[in-house]
Design a protein around this ligand. Sequence first.
Ligand code: SF4
Length: 471
Amino acid sequence: MSSMKNINKNTSKPGNEEAAELNASSEDLGRGAGDLQSPAAACSQANPYSDGAVSTVSSSEIAKKAEAAPEKHKSVYHRKGFGLKDEVEVELKKEYESDLVAELRASGNVISRNGMTIKLAEAFGFCWGVDRAVSMAYETRKHFPDRRIWITNEIIHNPVVNANLREMGIEFLGVKSDGSKDFSCIGRGDVVILPAFGASVEEMRIIEGRNCEIVDTTCPWVSRVWNRVVKYAAGFEHGYTAIIHGKPNHEETVATASRAHCYLIVRNIEEAGLVASYILSGIDGAGGDREAFMKRFQDAVSPGFDPDVHLQSIGIANQTTMLKGETEQIGKLFEKTMLQKYGPLSIDKHFISPGDTICDATQERQDAMLKLVDEKLDLMLVIGGFNSSNTGHLQEIAEKSNLPSYHIDGPDCIGPGNQIRFKPLDGDVCQSKSDFLPAGQVTIGLTAGASTPDQLVAQVLEKLFLIRSSQ
Ligand code: SF4
């Protein structure tokens, strides 16, 4: 898929130095999954009253710990492709790239036809991590042509890519009646692909015990967040509770939380505000409603979580695809809160936040979107899977700028005729709108999430041209 990278100047991969750090953490944490303590056990041992600063246990120490117990890791691990990049590149190019979009990128990201101007964001579409994960999945099929191959989740949040994997005979794990994944189908020698979002420690333990081949496509930007929360926990006498800005049910946040010794997930600044209020008024029994707090966050905390104990020392982390502005606001809010509660002299014992963990691709796409909404536009189209977090946040930026904007997952959302089917920002049920494309001169902004192939963007453009030609 190297040609995709050449064409898509917006893909962003870690720089050399950072890549080394990220890859190290990915490797260490993936292998060490079976050795990490479960949140329940950890929370019960955590001592947030301790005076110690955060311990800086290194990823290599975690790896050494894993190496010391090789019998726990019966499966074979693959964290890179199989040297078949050139072989799969032709297929990937055919299925996901577009000459039209490549030309647009090369000529300023603007196209005008029949009184309709479409301005594409400066950064949109497949990111480096998605590019890598999809390429590894295709290589896996080629490398194991006769093996049964499973994937634990959607590889990325894009329906077309996932459907293509199914067509290649890559099977998705079934779901049991209680909603949990059914790992019993994985047999000895089967191949299991872990998606770009990674897998939880619990899932890793199960899979590692099934004597299979594991192909880990976890994006290194994601494992960087894991590394962060593991460090918060290091040494249970000095642990900081990980406050994770993310979506409690998102695969990436589930995987991150599973690596934290103790965690609380906040979805947004509003929930962060509730936690901050509890820290100021609830801890020490000063008036917070503990019961109401636990009810609100019951699905977003580690087992054994006690707000009066575990909110005394906190460290901040976030899902890689959250809205950067909101993540920064949350970090500042907690810093201010802990300063107010504990004072500047002991702040280091109670608060740590070495910067946000938004990935570069998310940031580039959000920055480009903020620039695009400043232009004179009549409406905005945001293309991406309906369960794609980074796409949802692009849509949020559009809505905040008061533009008529539509989150669609591909060309099938447009038509018949001048009609659009879109997902509202705060709803799960799609809505339809007739005559969404105004007649006369019109300027449309267009962007796509990090899991959207260029071909879908091109097909949406073609649908727009078609409507315009009949107006
Ligand atoms: S959006 Fe970021 S974290 Fe997710 S796959 Fe892309 S580069 Fe990795």
